[in-house]
Design a protein around this ligand. Sequence first.
Ligand code: IMP
Length: 426
Amino acid sequence: MVTVIIGCQWGDEGKGKMVDFMSQDADMVVRVQGGANAGHTIVSGGQQYILHLIPSGILNPKTTCVIGHGVVIDPKVVVEEIALLKSLGVSVEGRLKISNRAHLVMPYHKVLDRLKEEAASAATGSKIGTTGRGIGPAYMDKAARTGVRVVDLLKPEQLKKKILENIAFVNKVLEGVFNAPEIEAQAIMDEYLAYDKELDSYITDTGALVNQAIRDGKKIVIEGAQGALLDVDLGTYPYVTSSNTTAAGAATGSGIGPSKIDKVIGIVKAYTTRVGGGPMPTELLGETGENIRQVGKEFGATTGRPRRCGWFDAVVVRFACEASGVDELVITKLDVLDQMPSLKICSGYRYEGELQKYFPADLDILSGAEPVYEEMPGWQAPTTDIKEFSALPAGAQNYLNRLEILVGVPIKLVSVGADRMQTIHK
Ligand code: IMP
């Protein structure tokens, strides 16, 4: 049984908690795209830690965790996460599997990421607002067929040659385009040659492993990172990440056929958030947005940046669900809205007097789109201890039922707090 869990907004939908909830009895959890731009908070001994690359399913001793070939892997981050987990008494031996086909994030990717953002900011005042983790440049090298792959770590001579070739090119770009200092190859070669020893025992053909697990009838959860509207093909381009965050990315990034996916679960917040630049039609710039940010603790797990907050946008979620063939929805952070006197849901956009039925590709239209809102009374009562849908305040039930109708996908679970127990079946 293969279940794909993806975010259906701009990321940070609370996938971490839901993957954790749904992976309790999973044999395998697989990451398929993105890199250390993602962040999942885990709690151990009252302390909070953030994992960026190793799936949080690693905390379950019977779960095998796979970093699939669609991920761009920063080996430094993986080594740090392995050490962190060991210090917490979590053994990853035999349970962490890293794809030999995955591409590596190199130190120069992070330098280029930062310089490109600074240059865009200086030239136009507008940047993507990346996480600075080198994601875009790493995927650029992958698509340009110049990337360094995990399998190269196992062949020192090939690794050195590739690093030297890449750095020669990068240095020309640094000098000619950015007027920035050159990068020194030796230190990078030494650092990356050492990763072979540290990561060797985890490196394998994970595609073969996942396909074997499917044949063995294992329970597999594929965990998407970021959200559908950050998908490089379907999202608010260019204000997107550089991978396929929609459900299709689960197949290409793990090496399984799309026909092997049994269920796609879409995670959405009861409102909308976004980090970084780009249009967000339902953004609330005033007090209400600030209130949602504070109550919902809407600050980035990877960068700590305040998230932009706004009303639920049904156009966004409908589009995301269609693009991913979402079977079931999970609504998270409903409790954040508990004290709102009234709530708005965006059911469509109006642009130059015309109603837009579909999520537009043209960012000028999206930026100029006026959300068409439905307003509903809030419930102004706590929901955090409620265990059944029928026990939710009538206003909360009405709100959820309306979201379901506007999106056109059944809601299966509702989350009303960070704890695994604070999850209601609908
Ligand atoms: P990048 O993936 O670091 O290149 O960033 C590109 C865009 O995706 C920026 O707007 C980031 O804020 C956003 N982004 C990347 N990863 C995440 C995430 O895990 N959650 C939310 N936004 C993200």
